[in-house]
Design a protein. Sequence first.
Length: 102
Amino acid sequence: MNLEQQLIERLQTLAPSHLEVINESAGHGGYFPGKESHFKVIVVSEEFQGLRLVQRHQKIYAVAAELMSPGRIHALAIHAYVPSEWQGQAPASPECAHAPKA
């Protein structure tokens, strides 16, 4: 099972009503086909009700902890919402300064 699939499986434990896992590795330095190092996650869950943003992130890091070791996931952009906050779109990720140049 690849890292993306493992991450999805772990995030499912938060009972999301909406979940997106986007592999953004290709936009970062050192990329090669098949590399999995940079991800963006959008998680909408009632599990975040009453939690501050940092607490929501901590919950996500807790379920993904084993995947965040050296040589695995290097960066994880987190967008965590309760259903009433979710507007159907998360902010775009910034360009990486070390991204491969076309």
